[in-house]
Write a protein of this length. Structure first.
Length: 174
């Protein structure tokens, strides 16, 4: 279910922004993307490889139905979620015992957003030969403006995802 939701929101982010001519809609959709990943992370309860399997399935759906070229962004996203799956599912139990799941969810979202940009830098540096021109003309100006927004979107998505998880957990306990 979460893989399908990620696929749909990725479709909306990649293709729908051009069709929906509302300023700032991409930021709102990115927050929903963060909510989905936060909620999935909390619902999986520290079980390893579920986040990675979800990302792998949504990437395959995206490649089959939307874009048939395997770009460096998919490689960076899969590598990022692979490391996040290992690190944060290892930490999940200790944060759950201390009742600090909101912290681990927000740290997960900030980690995902910042490491994703660094991995994109690495993968795009392989593609562009005049790396200095790419770095100075494209990457540093855009990322210096977008990284704080990515962090805020991740924190908002992590907080809302945690609140949804908490409400679902309360409903299931009755």
């Amino acid at each position: 279910m979460f893989a399908i939701l990620v696929f749909v929101f990725r479709l909306l982010i990649d293709r729908g922004i051009g069709m929906i001519d509302i300023p700032g809609i991409g930021y709102i959709l990115s927050v929903f993307f963060s909510i989905i990943y936060s909620l999935a992370f909390l619902m999986y309860k520290g079980r390893r490889w579920r986040l990675f399997s979800q990302a792998l399935l949504s990437t395959f759906l995206y490649l089959i139905f939307i874009n048939s070229t395997f770009r460096p962004t998919e490689i960076a996203a899969l590598l990022n979620i692979f490391t996040a799956d290992i690190v944060f599912n290892s930490l999940y139990g200790s944060f759950e015992r201390k009742n600090k799941l909101l912290w681990v969810t927000n740290i997960f979202q900030v980690y995902y957003g910042t490491i994703q940009t660094l991995l994109l830098l690495v993968f795009y540096s392989i593609l562009f030969y005049p790396f200095d021109a790419f770095l100075n003309n494209w990457f540093i100006p855009i990322i210096s403006a977008m990284l704080p927004i990515l962090i805020l979107e991740g924190l908002a998505g992590g907080f809302i995802g945690y609140q949804i998880y908490r409400r679902v957990k309360i409903i299931n306990s009755f």
